[in-house]
Design a protein around this ligand. Structure first.
Ligand code: ZN
Length: 388
């Protein structure tokens, strides 16, 4: 073995395994065996801490002062600031912008993929829009939102050379069901978000390739009365449809503990991913920042541990890192191994099920983190190399 990590509580598959040690070789987990078995290699004492797969953030816009919309040069700072908090795999996410800016973001993602100095696995790109409902814009600019246009989305898809792995859209928009069908056929994970869809539309979207809900409860329809009759929305659909996956911004600000408990009470951990939805101020100590790229900045205030729009009437993304999400879930009453599952195995199963990541088992990539009871990440291994 290259490295043997012992004296740890292994957190994987929604459970805690005690009395085992983990051997790493050539960037992979080569052995998970009882602690008394002798193994050659550099011996690392985990001091009784937890050892889990590195965290996986499938919806994140930036961090460390950088936004993925800035271009390839932003990736180093953004990825590094999230890596230091335990994120070893990341899905950079765009904000809704015009075609030229979105194309730029797609091309820059491809550039960043080639940059070997970026110390985080870039799983693929997530386009959050621009095919979103202006009535559910949240922090997106309503004037950038529009119904899908086949010529445009095919141009983006081709430019990405398969790099787009997720796409968030509002299925009630004209052409959005067909868009979902077309992209799902290409293997893109289609997600319902910034949407006012009613239950029937969600159900039709699900039958046509949409498999998940983007930040459940945020910019998301719920029960509405129209002419006296009640109509269920996305939130109710997410609970009724067991196979509809959801992601939640578990920073402790976007959703109170009661709603975090509600989600974990009614959805299985295999169907709930934790996301930061972090903007550039994540991992920074600032009071002002902005959303999107520097040439199209949208100012926000950073206070109470979250980014707020200037009128303080809505949030403009989080400043969370993945360690904080796990900590928030545990404080809300989720058992630690399930919170870790929702931050590792579940998000990988949504967007990259073929990758050997997100679990501690033989043959899996040695992207591993050590953390204590407070979820302070103390050591990080990326493909077997210690990076913190
Ligand atoms: Zn987002």
């Amino acid at each position: 073995m290259d490295t043997v990590i012992k004296n740890v509580k292994i957190v994987t598959d929604g459970k805690v395994l005690e009395g085992y040690q983990v051997g790493l070789k050539d960037g992979k987990i080569a052995a998970v065996v009882p602690a008394h078995m002798p193994m050659e290699g550099v011996q690392v004492d985990g001091k009784g801490q937890y050892l889990s797969a590195g965290f996986v953030d499938i919806h994140v816009h930036g961090g460390g002062g950088a936004d993925f919309m800035d271009g390839a040069s932003a990736y180093g700072a953004a990825c590094e600031s999230h890596l230091q908090h335990g994120t070893t795999s990341i899905v950079p996410t765009t904000i809704s912008a015009d075609l030229s800016q979105t194309l730029f973001a797609v091309e820059q993602f491809m550039e960043a993929k080639k940059d070997m100095s970026i110390r985080c696995n870039l799983l693929g790109l997530h386009l959050e829009g621009p095919y979103l409902n202006p009535a559910m814009a949240g922090a997106m600019r309503p004037e950038q939102l529009k119904p899908p246009c086949e010529k445009e989305y095919m141009q983006l898809w081709e430019a990405s050379q398969g790099g787009i792995i997720r796409w968030t859209a509002a299925p009630e928009l004209e052409g959005a069901i067909e868009f979902g069908k077309n992209m799902a056929k290409q293997g893109v994970v289609m997600s319902i978000g910034h949407s006012d869809a009613d239950y029937d539309t969600v159900s039709r979207a699900f039958d046509n390739g949409y498999s998940m809900v983007t930040h459940l409860y945020s910019a998301c329809s719920s029960i509405k009365r129209i002419g006296g009759f009640r109509h269920a929305g996305i939130v109710e659909a997410a609970y009724l449809m067991d196979d509809l996956w959801v992601e939640i911004i578990a920073d402790g600000c976007h959703l109170p503990n009661s709603l975090l408990q509600f989600v974990t009470k009614f959805k299985k951990p295999e169907t709930v991913a934790l996301i930061t939805d972090a903007m550039r101020a994540a991992g920074q100590n600032v009071t002002e920042s902005y959303l999107g790229s520097a040439d199209c900045p949208q100012p926000v205030i950073i206070e109470d541990g979250v980014a707020k729009l200037l009128d303080r009437q809505a949030f403009g993304g989080s400043i969370a890192t993945t360690d904080r999400l796990v900590c928030t879930m545990v404080q809300a009453g989720t058992p630690l191994p399930l919170a870790v599952q929702m931050m590792t195995q579940t998000p990988i199963s949504f967007v990259a099920p073929k990758l050997k990541k997100g679990r501690i088992a033989e043959g899996y990539d040695a992207d591993l983190i050590l953390f204590n009871e407070n979820i302070d990440v103390t050591s990080i291994y990326l493909k077997g190399e210690k990076v913190k």
